[in-house]
Ligand binder design. Structure first.
Ligand code: NAP
Length: 280
């Protein structure tokens, strides 16, 4: 028998997840902020609603009578660098969700999509879910605060699972789109920083695994590839017959994040990655 499942934020990840669950026979409610997107969702899901995270009443209504609520919310890409927009997207929603969970009549499982960005730059070191988080930017602070707020709702009757995702790729967000413009170019630095990725199919797979196995707590969700950006660009160029990029070590690399994210906890829990290697 299907369950009542809600997906708050049916964008790139949320829409695919919601449709997958609907096809599995669950009663799925999906939300978006844009009315046209809500109309689209209405054609495939049991229920679609226009909901903003800062609307406490709407959040309370979509949480009511649900077995599992998944949060896949992100600011519009064009505004994501603005800390005010970033905070307004994540923080009121987290606070309203905690209130709604605590007031809900039924036990509830919440699965919250966060990001490995919460770790910041680790200069190439390995990180797992136990490393202390010391936010050094507004974005890190907001992500971490949203996680901490949500975790307050974890209790004997309600469970909260935080999934810290690597960079998302998959159909429509192929690595080719990201790296093709680097083909044949001379790029500054060694290209030796690690970028951690996760395929859309494994995000949906992990969320379903977390639901079915009642996972609680924090899990990193990245693939096994542990490749430098130089290796990634080379892979994409080779796969698509593009001229390789040239790295000029005499030029300083742009200062960016470098860290190796461990997925061991998720694997130990029993999740088998569909795409352990990067697909170019
Ligand atoms: N992109 C990455 O590489 C990456 C990396 C790590 C983690 N993540 C996390 O992965 C999750 C899914 O990302 P995605 O790429 O699927 O995001 P997305 O495609 O941008 O979709 C975001 C969804 O959130 C909704 N939304 C935006 N502002 C909202 C608000 N204030 N209240 C309620 N809903 C709101 C949007 O509504 P509309 O559809 O109406 O616009 C949309 O449905 C997010 O939690 C993100 O933080 C992403």
């Amino acid at each position: 028998m299907g369950n009542n499942l809600t997906v708050i934020g049916c964008g790139y990840v949320g829409a695919v997840l919601a449709e997958y669950w609907q096809q599995q026979g669950h009663w799925v409610t999906g939300t978006a902020t844009n009315p046209e997107r809500v109309d689209l969702l209405q054609s495939t899901l049991a229920q679609a609603r226009q909901v903003r995270g800062d609307d406490a009443q709407a959040i309370s209504e979509v949480v009511s009578n649900q077995a599992t609520v998944v949060v896949c919310v992100a600011p519009p890409r064009a505004q994501a660098s603005d800390p005010t927009v970033y905070a307004a997207t994540y923080l009121p929603l987290a606070q309203n969700l905690v209130k709604a969970i605590q007031q809900a009549a039924q036990p509830l499982q919440v699965i919250y999509l966060s990001s490995c960005s919460v770790y910041g730059d680790r200069q190439g070191a390995w990180v797992d879910e136990t490393v202390p988080i010391v936010p050094t930017t507004d974005h890190m602070q907001i992500l971490y605060e949203a996680e901490q707020t949500l975790l307050q709702a974890d209790s004997s009757s309600n469970s909260v699972c935080i999934l810290r995702l690597g960079g998302i790729y998959g159909p429509g967000r192929e690595l080719l789109k990201r790296y093709a413009n680097l083909a044949g170019k001379t790029l500054p630095g060694k290209g030796d920083r690690i970028i951690n990725w996760i395929h859309l199919a494994d995000i949906v797979g992990t969320i379903e695994f977390a639901r079915a196995n009642h996972l609680a707590g924090i899990y990193n969700v990245v693939d096994d590839s542990v490749m430098t950006v130089r290796e990634q660009v080379a892979l994409v160029c080779a796969q698509h017959q593009l001229p390789p990029a040239i790295w000029d070590e005499s030029q300083p690399a742009q200062a960016v994040k470098n860290l190796r994210v461990s997925n061991q906890k998720l694997k130990t829990a029993g999740y088998p990655l569909i795409y352990p290697k990067l697909v170019a």
